[in-house]
Design a protein around this ligand. Structure first.
Ligand SMILES: Cc1cc2nc3c(=O)[nH]c(=O)nc-3n(C[C@H](O)[C@H](O)[C@H](O)COP(=O)(O)OP(=O)(O)OC[C@H]3O[C@@H](n4cnc5c(N)ncnc54)[C@H](O)[C@@H]3O)c2cc1C
Length: 393
């Protein structure tokens, strides 16, 4: 017999947000995290209204507002002359339209806000899952330290290298997307002379793009400098990167881009991987969530947002159907098409953002200026969606 628990494997943004949604729906939740302490990489993350609405409903608004930045706009810009092709509002107007704000966070601040809302004892650290046994009426989880736990439902929120995914569907390596990213955080005092608007900027150029925005109560500017590269031969997926190499990769770009890169003390190089859409996320009493289910390129800034949506949808399905395989099948049916669409759009943005100068780039720029793909109304399909508002069956 089980004790009616939902076990979440992985204490990243997706796992912790799912634990909060599940607790709010009345479930007894445990999160099992392999690391000795919860932690996130030193980088920024954008959280759009489709995800912030869920976090606000969970009571997190005060914690998020403590260090979260609410940008006023997003700019799509030309790499060389800096011309804005499209400026779309992200501030009060967007919040009024979708009932929740657009945020920029330091990842550690977001993770701390999520963890701080969970009761002590919910997250169990130093628990690396190595095995799962679905007995039909419950699941036994086995950990590397020899321990075990019982649950009625198990959720693999264990990231792009997911062990749960491997246990369910066999090994399959994520694919290198042909992109690497230099990431950095610059103290804002060093960039005062640039008089930056409290906005997100996406500079697009041949074979690369550069994104920057404020994080950590607007004390730091986060940047992600993405370049195309044929292969990633390193063993590790992340490496210290040389600032000089990042500057060389953006030779000839607008002085603002180069000034931001040049002001950083330390930069890290990330190989960007994604996965092909999985035909199936669930088996019996076990399912996947977040990057474990639908790892995507970050070019829609929706990987974490979709994991937060997953948790809300999963809680709604478990309430409606009861904690069993039917609820997991329902969850997957509701979530897969949307997550797959975002995987596809993220991948398409690699081509779109990196067009060489020429007719296709001119057509893209004209479309951005004329039809405004980031304008408030155009984002309704993404930002107005409420994953917990599921139809009764
Ligand atoms: C450059 C870059 C920029 C991005 N920008 C954005 C953005 O602006 N907005 C956005 O929404 N998304 C963004 N993303 C995507 C986002 O970071 C991810 O989609 C999100 O963090 C995934 O969360 P997760 O909880 O699914 O997985 P993870 O954050 O990877 O968490 C998985 C957790 O599981 C644990 N774990 C792994 N294996 C085990 C095991 N066997 N047992 C127990 N625990 C285990 C890990 O230690 C980890 O804590 C970006 C990604 C990149 C690379």
């Amino acid at each position: 017999m089980t004790d009616g628990r939902v076990a979440v494997i992985g204490g990243g943004i997706g796992g912790l947000a799912a634990a909060l949604s599940l607790r709010a729906a009345g479930f007894d939740v445990r999160v099992y995290e392999q690391a000795g302490a919860l932690s996130e990489v030193g980088a920024g993350i954008q959280i759009a209204p489709n995800a912030s609405r869920i976090l606000h409903r969970l009571g997190l608004a005060p914690a998020l507002d403590r260090r979260g930045v609410r940008p006023v706009a997003v700019h799509q810009r030309r790499w060389d002359d800096g011309r804005t092709l499209q400026r779309a509002p992200l501030g009060a107007e967007l919040e009024a339209a979708y009932g929740a704000p657009y945020y920029h966070f330091h990842r550690a601040d977001l993770l701390a806000a999520l963890a701080g809302a969970l009761p002590a004892g919910t997250v169990q650290t130093a628990q690396r899952l190595i095995g799962l046994d679905d007995r039909g009426d419950g699941v036994t989880l086995r950990f590397a330290d020899g321990g075990a736990a019982e649950a009625e439902i198990a959720i693999g929120a264990d990231g792009i290298h997911s062990e749960v995914r491997k246990l369910l569907f066999g090994p399959e390596a994520p694919r290198f997307t042909g992109c690497i990213a230099y990431r950095g955080l610059v103290p804002v005092e060093r960039l005062r002379h640039l008089d930056l608007e409290l906005a997100s900027n996406n500079w697009m150029g041949p074979g690369r793009h550069f994104v920057h925005y404020f994080v950590a109560g607007a004390t730091l500017v986060n940047f992600v400098a993405v370049i195309e590269q044929d292969s990633w031969t390193r063993e590790s997926w992340t490496d210290p990167g040389e600032v000089a190499d990042a500057l060389a990769a953006f030779e000839g770009w607008h002085p603002q881009v180069r000034a931001i890169i040049g002001a950083v003390d330390q930069t890290f190089k990330w190989a960007l991987f994604d996965r092909v859409a999985l035909p199936q996320w669930s088996a019996g009493r076990v399912t996947l969530l977040g990057d474990a289910a639908h790892a995507m390129l970050p070019f829609m800034a929706q990987g974490a947002g979709q994991s937060i949506e997953d948790g809300a949808a999963l809680a709604a399905c478990l309430v409606q159907e009861g904690p069993g395989p039917a609820a997991l099948r329902r969850y997957e049916t509701l979530r897969r098409p949307r997550a797959t669409r975002l995987q596809d759009l993220s991948r398409a943005n690699k081509t779109r953002f990196h067009l060489p100068d020429g007719p296709e780039q001119q057509a893209r720029d004209a479309a951005m200026a004329n039809t405004g793909d980031r304008q408030i109304a155009a984002m309704a399909w993404l930002y107005a969606h409420d994953p917990s508002a599921i139809e009764p069956i």
